[in-house]
Design a protein around this ligand. Structure first.
Ligand SMILES: Cc1cc2nc3c(=O)[nH]c(=O)nc-3n(C[C@H](O)[C@H](O)[C@H](O)COP(=O)(O)OP(=O)(O)OC[C@H]3O[C@@H](n4cnc5c(N)ncnc54)[C@H](O)[C@@H]3O)c2cc1C
Length: 394
């Protein structure tokens, strides 16, 4: 008779991975078990990102791992996704750091930068010796980045940047900020090194989500940059949007990791928590919850793997990434909320991972395109009609 399936891998998704992919996943899983899980509750409570782990994350090749050359691992998209899944099973702060470093800071330099820019930044960033951030969102410009007010004006051969960026992951600890600004010819990307006169940052501390992650405001006041700071290959919103599509790919895997961690916490708890003389896992209502959660986690993992294989084949469309980002985050939030309820009062403490993931997932639902924005992306992909604003159908 066929053996009972592994409750932690109900659909045997493990069998969809190559040996190399499994090895990378296991390396990251071990790192999370040994270096993240023992302390992450404290980091979250104190609102700290563990900077001491940056070199270790670099040591296992996670920064820009899906990019080639310049010290990057060049592993392809599925291993990158699996790494995101495992990191986020630890905490979204870890995954967000790696996503921003690799997909939002290194990727634009790799894709749109000059050879000099690549040589200057990418090897150091891959090694964890330089940290990057990505400044697109502004206080008055979130879902609609085309409304940005940050400007870049020419002054001789220099550029002068003015404006404020908001909610920028890694902003306060970054050595280089990829800043998107409105120039006369359209939106341009700039590499702004920390310490450039007129460039300051301020951390946003009163957060209840992604507490083990640095989120900052970037202030640009008459920041003078040489021509060589501009990314020549990107003009218009397509530049930053392509970076976001890369990062969303990591998020849709990451959400599976958070959901899996919540499901496993609920499963373990239900088997050991006794009420009415029985483990709560013995009640039909609990089993229904567990069954629903297992289906959601496995379905999300399958979707992530399918999109990963499409990306590997060079056939992944941004609208397909939207399907994954929208639904995997939504499913993960539902799983987290069910798990929270199953843990009863313990579910609201940081002794268990569930409420931490639940709160983190609220950020996932907002950043890199809110659930509503991805719904509109899909609406446009299905109908051909953009519905972002009332006049956009015309
Ligand atoms: C923890 C965290 C980290 C972040 N890191 C970064 C980063 O590193 N770099 C960066 O640039 N940004 C970052 N962001 C910002 C993030 O990308 C924005 O928060 C996001 O794009 C949404 O913008 P907003 O918060 O201004 O919301 P808004 O755009 O003001 O939206 C508010 C609400 O209105 C809805 N809405 C907006 N437009 C429409 C519409 N047309 N139809 C229907 N509903 C609509 C939205 O879905 C949302 O529910 C981060 C955010 C968070 C929370």
């Amino acid at each position: 008779m066929t053996a009972r399936p592994d409750p932690r891998d109900l659909l045997d998704i493990d069998s969809l991975l190559t040996d190399e992919e499994r090895a990378i996943r296991d390396t990251v899983r071990r790192f999370v078990r040994d270096r993240v899980l023992p302390d992450v509750g404290d980091w979250f409570e104190r609102g700290e990102f563990p900077r001491e782990l940056i070199k270790e994350l670099a040591g296992i090749g996670l920064f820009g791992m899906h990019l080639t050359g310049y010290g990057c691992a060049g592993t392809g998209p599925v291993p990158y996704g699996l790494a995101c899944m495992e990191l986020e099973a630890g905490d979204s702060g870890m995954r967000s750091f790696v996503s921003v470093q690799g997909s939002l800071a290194m990727f634009p330099i790799h894709r749109y930068g000059t050879e000099e820019q690549k040589q200057e930044w990418l090897p150091r960033m891959a090694a964890g010796d330089a940290i990057g951030c990505f400044g697109l969102t502004e206080p008055d410009s979130g879902s609609d980045p085309g409304s940005m007010r940050t400007t870049a004006r020419r002054d001789g051969s220099d550029w002068i940047l003015n404006g404020t960026k908001m909610w920028i992951t890694n902003g306060g600890i970054a050595d280089v900020a990829v800043v998107w600004a409105r120039a006369e010819e359209g939106i341009r990307g700039f590499l702004v090194p920390a310490g450039t006169p007129g460039f300051t940052t301020r951390n946003i501390t009163a957060k209840m989500s992604l507490r083990a992650s640095v989120t900052s405001e970037l202030i640009l006041d008459e920041v003078r940059l040489p021509e060589s700071a501009m990314l020549p290959g990107a003009l218009g919103l397509r530049g930053p949007l392509s970076c976001l599509s890369e990062a969303r790919f990591g998020i849709l895997f990451g959400a599976v990791g958070a959901a899996r961690a919540c499901f496993e916490a609920a499963l373990d708890y239900s088997l050991s928590r006794i009420q009415f003389g029985r483990p709560i896992a013995a009640f039909q209502l609990t089993q229904r919850r567990l069954a629903e959660m297992a289906v959601q986690v496995n379905r999300a993992a399958l979707l992530a793997m399918h999109l990963g294989r499409l990306k590997e084949a060079g056939r992944l469309h941004p609208a397909q990434v939207s399907v994954g980002k929208l639904d995997n985050v939504r499913q993960a939030l539902e799983v987290a909320r069910e798990a929270r309820a199953m843990l009863g009062a313990n579910g609201i403490t940081l002794e268990y991972p569930v409420i931490r993931h639940m709160n983190n997932l609220e950020s996932l639902a907002t950043y890199e395109g809110t659930a509503e924005v991805h719904t509109l992306v899909l609406g446009q992909a299905l109908t051909g009609i953009p519905a972002y604003r009332t006049d956009s159908a015309t």
